[in-house]
Design a binder for this molecule. Structure first.
Ligand code: ADP
Length: 607
């Protein structure tokens, strides 16, 4: 009677557990599936054991040995327990070794089927003295054998994953191994005390609390919150990108007219200096806009590294030239030292725009934060089969950085010693962007600095070596003086009147025949009635964008005029985007005079 009560309670617990498990939303996982099977099989085992007890109680002792029902029911119990061991072994193997549920199930199910047949066909002996009852003999031995083999299997799994033994997934395995050992010892002396099903129930409970079953409602809420945050972030990125576009448009006018004004012959030195200040302030503003755009793209994980072939020597030479111009403009008595390792392969594959941006940030900082002494720009490399590790360092004898401030250096908007550097312009974005870019390119950046003595920033970047390559198209800054393209017809398309004016005034110098158009539709009309040598086409236009206009233009197979995309959407990767959209080239706004000249020479040159 006591055993029946014991089993009854286990049954109640099992039912509660199953209700809780199936009522709660679950993640779909192998462990959850196995758990569901274990719990159900355990419940069935409890029901069979309980009914067996009741049947035995109702059967007169004289009929006990001959009762076919008891015989059948006892064998059924053996089979369901073998099934429980099988499923729990599959679970243990699954968390220990493989994640190949199908194969495991096939192997262990075969063992299960064979042992079940044996349990049903081998002789079974029963013992009942009216108070205690148990079975023994060959059929029962099959269950015992499966129990021992399973336990050995679990022990192997535990030892093989000894390091992971603290993983809570192993708790049920450890529990059942220990308790089965104890109950087996008890069984030897008191065969009537049957504990397996109760141990099974407890193990199932422990399993329930150890399988990963996150609260799906919470996950759902988190996902909604994440979606909202993502949307807000996207809105922010879009806003920044629009803002950058909007700021660029007036900047284009300021810089464009500034450079046009500078070309006037009869300017006094004072006026020239004022115009220079306007241009340099616009340059700074442009740098800030670019920085904000970069940081927002980085934060939205939208910054892409666009690799292509490039000549490193040319990139570094450009950087040296740019630094020297900056030093000259700032009138600082600083010696600029440059070392270029000639073993650097001539052609590399990587994002040269970003490589340039990283180094330019470091060089600009060195120039900004150094007042005397020298700046050393060094590029060396380690070549390894088809990869070269570029080791770039920029060292200065500038103001240096305090030790406790070094770790703040790469935080965005973080500027050090602001009180002392009030005259030095900056946003505190440069190094934050630099670090992110280096990381995006799987590189490393380190800083060594001594306050008051100087700093050294070192970057290492792996770039692929391009072998057997014909020389790439030279993109050196070529100084073109007084070039003219008499009579060449250029169509400029831009919805913004001021921008049209800027482009017109910038082009005037080259004696081209300019036609202005303020929409894609109008431009399409114009190319029908006139033949142009070059088209400068703004992309962001209301109604029909530049890209859409180009597609329309190209529908006419005889259309061969080169088209350059003109856009204030000047973020990195845009050039590639426009080239793949079918444009022949790309000029970012604000239009740079030299850039414009290069493109004119490329498409209208020869005269
Ligand atoms: P900023 O626009 O202010 O130059 P950065 O992110 O490029 O922003 O640099 C962050 C801060 O790190 C700077 O404000 C400056 O205090 C410090 N810093 C950067 N480079 C140097 C350097 N070469 N020498 C001394 N201080 C530097």
């Amino acid at each position: 009677m006591g055993t029946t009560l014991f089993l009854g309670s286990a049954l109640a617990f099992s039912i509660v557990l199953l209700i809780v498990f199936f009522k709660k939303k679950r993640v779909k996982s192998i462990e959850n599936t196995i758990f569901a099977f274990t719990a159900i099989v355990n419940l069935v085992a409890l029901i069979i054991e309980l009914t067996l007890q009741i049947i035995v109680l109702k059967t007169p002792i004289s009929e006990f040995q001959t009762s076919g029902l008891i015989d059948y029911w006892a064998r059924l119990y053996l089979v369901i327990m073998i099934m429980w061991f099988t499923i729990f072994t599959i679970y243990t193997v699954e968390i220990s070794f493989t994640h190949n549920l199908k194969i495991n199930t096939i192997i262990f199910s075969t063992i299960f089927v064979i042992s079940s047949i044996l349990a049903f066909s081998l002789p079974i002996n029963k013992y009942n003295n009216g108070i205690i009852m148990y079975t023994y003999g060959p059929a029962t031995d099959v269950l015992k054998a499966i129990g021992i083999i399973s336990m050995l299997f679990w022990l192997i799994c535990l030892f093989a994953n000894f390091k992971e033994i603290k993983n809570k997934k192993y708790y049920p395995v450890i529990f059942i191994t220990i308790f089965l050992l104890i109950s087996s010892i008890i069984q030897i002396y008191r065969p009537e005390i049957l504990l397996i099903t109760v141990i099974g129930t407890l193990t199932t409970y422990i399993m329930y609390f150890t399988i990963e079953n996150p609260d799906l409602r919470l996950i759902n809420e988190l996902n909604i919150a994440k979606d909202q945050a993502d949307k807000a972030n996207m809105a922010k990125t879009e806003f920044l990108s629009n803002m950058s576009h909007e700021i660029r448009t007036p900047l284009n006018a300021i810089m464009g007219f500034g450079s046009i004004l500078m070309e006037h012959k009869d300017l006094s030195d004072e006026v020239k200096e004022d115009i220079n200040n306007i241009i340099s302030a616009s340059d700074n503003l442009l740098e800030i806009v670019n920085g904000i755009l970069d940081i927002s793209k980085i934060e939205a994980n939208k910054l892409e590294i666009i690799d292509s072939e490039y000549e490193p020597k040319q990139i570094f030479n450009d950087l040296v030239k740019m630094s020297e111009v900056k030093l000259d403009a700032m009138n600082k008595p600083i010696k600029f030292k440059y070392f270029f390792d000639e073993t650097i392969p001539p052609v590399l594959y990587g994002d040269h725009g970003r490589v340039k941006q990283i180094i330019l940030n470091l060089l600009t900082n060195a120039i900004k934060y150094t007042n005397k002494g020298w700046i050393e720009f060094k590029v060396s490399c380690i070549n390894k089969s088809n990869v070269t590790r570029l080791i770039i360092s920029v060292e200065d004898t500038g103001i240096g950085i305090k030790e406790d401030k070094i770790n703040k250096l790469f935080n965005k908007f973080e500027r050090l010693e602001v009180e002392k550097n009030t005259t030095v312009e900056g946003t505190g974005l440069g190094l934050a962007i630099t670090k992110k870019l280096v990381e995006l390119m799987n590189g490393k950046i380190v800083v060594q600095s001594k306050f008051g003595e100087g700093s050294k920033f070192s970057v290492s970047l792996d770039q692929r070596i391009v072998k057997d390559k014909e020389e790439l198209e030279k993109t050196n800054v070529i100084e073109l003086d007084n070039i003219e393209f008499n009579g060449k017809k250029v169509l400029v398309v831009d919805d913004n009147i001021v921008n049209l004016k800027v482009a017109g005034r910038l082009l005037e110098k080259y004696k081209v025949d300019i036609t202005e158009s303020s929409s894609g539709k109008d431009a399409l009309e114009k190319i029908k009635s006139d033949k142009f040598d070059l088209i400068l086409l703004d992309d962001m236009m209301p109604g029909m964008s530049g890209t859409e206009t180009l597609i329309e233009m190209k529908k006419d197979k005889s259309f061969k005029t080169p088209v350059i995309a003109l856009t204030a959407n000047a973020i990195n990767g845009m050039k590639e985007k426009y080239l793949s959209a079918g444009f022949d080239d790309y000029i970012p706004k604000p239009i740079d005079r030299l850039e414009l000249e290069k493109k004119l020479e490329k498409f209208l040159g020869g005269n």
